[in-house]
Ligand binder design. Sequence first.
Ligand code: HEC
Ligand code: HEC
Ligand code: HEC
Ligand code: HEC
Length: 184
Amino acid sequence: MKGKQIMLLVGAVLTLCLLTIVNLGAQEKNSYEGVAVCGMCHKSAKQGEQLKIWQGSKHAQAFKTLQTAEAKEIAKKQGLTGDPEKEEACLRCHATGHNVDAALLGKKFSIEDGVQCETCHGPGSGYKSMKVMKDQKASIAAGLIVHGDNMGEYCATCHNAESPTYKEFDTAARWEEIKHPVPK
Ligand code: HEC
Ligand code: HEC
Ligand code: HEC
Ligand code: HEC
């Protein structure tokens, strides 16, 4: 009896330690700020109107697409019983933030924004300040992701045959449709 109680106590202490370590880890991670935050600085003509370009792209609709009758039909065919907008099997390519600790989602973040800036550029709490953003090296060190030559591989993490509606994907042509450069 006594031995069992000691074991339980040791188990409880170990669990507490583990929870503390997990928590400390989470505090160092960047959180997702949401399009509204990125858009504040990325909407002027001088900056390149990234906000407007994204709003006009299908990526902005990717979550809402999961709420359509067509999506429900696709989910049913895959044997899914729940709503597609709640299924990991669909959300993993159609949204950001579904499998993220709520503490790592900023006040302005909304899952309804689908495939958003930070889906592709990484969670922005560490790099969103003007001081950091103006310095590309510092931004990358603080979590900004730029893809460069690996862009095709990156797009293909979602644009691939695991998509139930997959259409062949020509990276260069598709990039033309959504590119959002800073004017030189
Ligand atoms: C306080 C204003 C501000 C906010 C907020 C902001 N940015 Fe920026 N960002 C800038 C400026 C200024 C630059 C530098 C633009 C240039 O090249 O002249 C920049 C550059 C960038 C670049 C290009 C980096 C490179 O050098 O290739 C990316 C990508 C980017 N921002 C994404 C984001 C994302 C995603 C968010 C939201 C999490 C965000 N930014 C929020 C001001 C901001
Ligand atoms: C996180 C997953 C994800 C990544 C990464 C991604 N996309 Fe998409 N993309 C989607 C989804 C989901 C849709 C469909 C949205 C809808 O129709 O609601 C889409 C749609 C598009 C469309 C519109 C296609 C059409 O048939 O009208 C283009 C263009 C596109 N993506 C280009 C790109 C490019 C270029 C890249 C890489 C720089 C990229 N995407 C990376 C998920 C992604
Ligand atoms: C589907 C993925 C995707 C989404 C969504 C996306 N970007 Fe980008 N963005 C890219 C890629 C790819 C590049 C090209 C540079 C690189 O290789 O990362 C880029 C480049 C940029 C640049 C640098 C342009 C230059 O000329 O140097 C800025 C600034 C930027 N994005 C901001 C944003 C902002 C702000 C949003 C949201 C409103 C956004 N992006 C949404 C993939 C994306
Ligand atoms: C591997 C990534 C991926 C997964 C998983 C995924 N999708 Fe998509 N979805 C996409 C992409 C990318 C597109 C853009 C069209 C294309 O090339 O497939 C898209 C487009 C769509 C469209 C728009 C139809 C069209 O022709 O453009 C619907 C509806 C949709 N998906 C529903 C779903 C549902 C429901 C699930 C879950 C059962 C799901 N998707 C899972 C990536 C994915």
